[in-house]
Design a protein around this ligand. Structure first.
Ligand SMILES: [Cu+2]
Length: 129
């Protein structure tokens, strides 16, 4: 009788342990939230964010870039550097309410230009230092 009770308790421990182990396996791994520092450029009224702001980055540290057209006309955003010291970007034409996800990634320190090919006055600098 006593041996039976010990055996039952032992089986219970094994069963609970196995279920606990399976539960841990089934539970999706906890993921740490990732903070992506980013830039939102809104094309509106013939400018990006009203002021065509300078974008500051560190070399070889990508920064998320979202370009959103909140205007009534088509815009785009181009980064085109012949030295290829920065990742070149061409959003293609963005019609009203369209957006484009990209990353600003400078490989070398320097000052680069972003612009809208439709509106030459929509132009700003990317400063990598
Ligand atoms: Cu434009």
């Amino acid at each position: 009788m006593r041996n039976n009770i010990i055996a039952i308790i032992a089986i219970l421990f094994v069963t609970v342990g196995a279920l606990w182990g399976i539960g841990n396996l089934l539970k999706p791994a906890q993921q740490e939230p990732v903070n992506v520092e980013g830039i939102l450029l809104i094309a509106q009224n013939g400018a990006f964010n009203g002021t065509n702001p300078d974008i500051k980055v560190s070399p070889n540290v990508p920064k998320k870039l979202v370009v959103l057209n909140k205007d009534t006309v088509t815009h785009d955003l181009i980064i085109e550097d012949e030295t290829r010291n920065i990742l070149n970007i061409n959003t293609a034409p963005l019609r009203p309410e369209q957006h484009f996800n990209a990353a600003v990634l400078a490989y070398q320190a320097g000052t680069y230009t972003y612009y809208c090919s439709y509106h030459p006055e929509m132009r700003g600098s990317i400063i990598a230092q």
